[in-house]
Design a protein around this ligand. Structure first.
Ligand SMILES: Cc1ncc(C[n+]2csc(CCOP(=O)(O)OP(=O)(O)O)c2C)c(N)n1
Length: 311
């Protein structure tokens, strides 16, 4: 595939990212008023806030762009390294109807939105991380490092497959993840599918800069080339460039997706990893900040009680 992408496709990608960002925040915080049809009140907020926001926007950017680019390829799969970004994964699977295939309560309507949001990180509901309850997931998503090896495993003996794997920049510091990059040398060939490693360079590993974020672009590129890949830097704010970068004819590409950790939320980087506003149930200022944050996505333009998702 090559050439520029039409404006309607870019608009769809942007709307999908907004919708999934909204659903990610709503899952983390809300036990009621899921579509913000009235002012936000303390009783709308879950009593215990447990989950991860920081990586969600970047996952939504990656998912929306890859999904759009490979829309016609039935043999395309997406593997997510940081399984703690589960609100984003769950949002995308919900919007695609994947959850409804195994759980009839996840309907593509207001009841489904309520079900997905209320039950995130909730007793007897969905866990806070990707888990075997998640369609397409066989391993609990708590431990970083295995995503790249899993992606190569998926491609083994399946030359028809293309698998994009999103690797956290903190994750790439693990021995498992960095060691897995050697699999390119062993498993590239006509009998196996194609792995597209994508480093999610959002700069932070929990509260500190990741090692790869501290490297210069030249150093990072040389590291990537040392493993036999060709680096392609992607600006996560720009779907046009993301789509064009995916269409470049590069042998063994290694995508570096640059996003800002926690983008869209009230604070960024090292304070964005888990729950950026900790006390909106009891602190009026935080409640107002959360309401503004949720409203910033204009979910009313993306979801309608009658029409469902409008993306
Ligand atoms: C093997 C392993 N070591 C440590 C952790 C604890 N941990 C959870 S999230 C995280 C940071 C992940 O950073 P990154 O991969 O960059 O993800 P993102 O910034 O996208 O959230 C760490 C170290 C873990 N889950 N697994």
């Amino acid at each position: 595939m090559s050439g520029r992408v039409d404006a309607a496709t870019i608009e769809r990608i942007k709307r999908r990212i907004r919708l999934c960002d909204y659903l990610s925040v709503a899952q983390l915080y809300l036990q009621d008023n899921f579509l913000l049809e009235r002012e936000l009140r303390p009783e709308d907020i879950k009593p215990r806030l447990l989950g991860h926001w920081g990586t969600c926007h970047g996952i939504n950017v990656a998912y929306a762009n890859l999904k759009s680019f490979f829309a016609d390829d039935a043999n395309f799969s997406f593997v997510l390294g940081p399984g703690h970004g589960f609100p984003a994964l769950q949002a995308n699977l919900f919007v695609d109807g994947e959850i409804a295939r195994i759980d009839p309560r996840a309907t593509a309507d207001a009841d489904g939105v309520a079900y997905i949001c209320r039950n995130f990180s909730w007793p007897d509901g969905f866990p806070s991380h990707a888990s075997p309850m998640t369609p397409g997931v066989i391993a609990e998503g708590g431990e970083l490092g295995y995503a790249t090896a899993n992606a190569y495993g998926l491609c083994l003996g399946h030359p028809e497959k293309t698998v994009a794997v999103l690797i956290g920049d903190g994750e790439l510091e693990t021995a498992t993840a960095i060691g897995s990059l050697n699999l390119r040398d062993i498993l590239t060939g006509p009998n196996n599918g194609r792995v597209l490693p994508t480093l999610h360079l959002n700069g932070y590993k929990i509260s500190a800069p990741s090692i790869y974020a501290r490297k210069s672009e030249r150093e990072l590129n040389e590291l990537i080339r040392g493993f036999g890949f060709n680096p392609v830097i992607i600006d996560g704010d720009n779907p046009e460039s993301f789509q064009n970068d995916l269409s470049l004819d590069v042998d063994s590409p290694f995508y570096v997706l640059k996003t800002e950790k926690g983008k869209g939320g009230p604070n960024r980087y090292h304070t964005a990893h888990q729950i950026p506003l900790k006390y909106p149930k009891t602190d009026e200022d935080e409640l107002q900040m959360l309401e503004e944050w949720l409203k910033s996505y204009h979910a009313e333009e993306l979801f309608d009680r009658e029409k469902g998702f409008m993306i």
